[in-house]
Design a protein. Structure first.
Length: 166
């Protein structure tokens, strides 16, 4: 059985040249404020993967926190980090690629073709199902002793710490 070029690689001297050798980089997200650069990579077998690499010390710390979070929290609505690769004195994480858009992107949010406009036009039952999935993911985060990001929190409550909000 052939080895997986992303899930079985433990160390690289440079990431982007390696990604170009093992597949095709079909998306690159370079302008991030996280200190990371991310890539969408299509391997020769057609599988698509998301690879996020730290390019600054702040990015490395962010990926370290993310790795610990993903080890503690598992939920079908949370894309898992499956593997970690050392790249020089930094690291990269490997995740399955999932199609999607930022629901509430800063640009184009008033456009009728925006992701949020299309979401709002869905039948109520589909919107409720999406909300239930997000809430369920947040509860999984809470159950793992973690705190969901305020930028993505769907529910809000004022109960005492440790009390589940319904």
């Amino acid at each position: 059985m052939a080895s997986h070029p992303l899930l079985e690689k433990s160390e690289l001297s440079a990431l982007e040249p390696y990604l170009d050798r093992v597949g095709k980089v079909f998306a690159a997200f370079r302008e991030q404020d996280s200190g990371c650069v991310s890539y969408g990579v299509r391997l020769e077998d057609g599988e698509r993967w998301f690879v996020k690499a730290a390019v600054t010390e702040a990015g490395r710390r962010s990926l370290d926190r993310g790795w610990a979070f993903h080890q503690a929290v598992r939920h079908p609505a949370i894309v898992p980090q499956l593997h970690r690769i050392t790249v020089g004195d930094r690291c990269a994480v490997v995740m399955p690629w999932h199609e999607g858009e930022v629901l509430y992107a800063r640009r184009n949010r008033s456009s009728p073709d925006s992701a949020i406009a299309r979401f709002r036009a869905l039948p109520v039952t589909r919107g409720l199902h999406a909300f239930e999935q997000v809430l369920s993911a947040h509860l999984a985060v809470e159950d793992a002793g973690q705190v969901a990001s305020t930028s993505t929190t769907v529910r809000c409550c004022t109960t005492s710490p440790g009390t589940r909000c319904a």
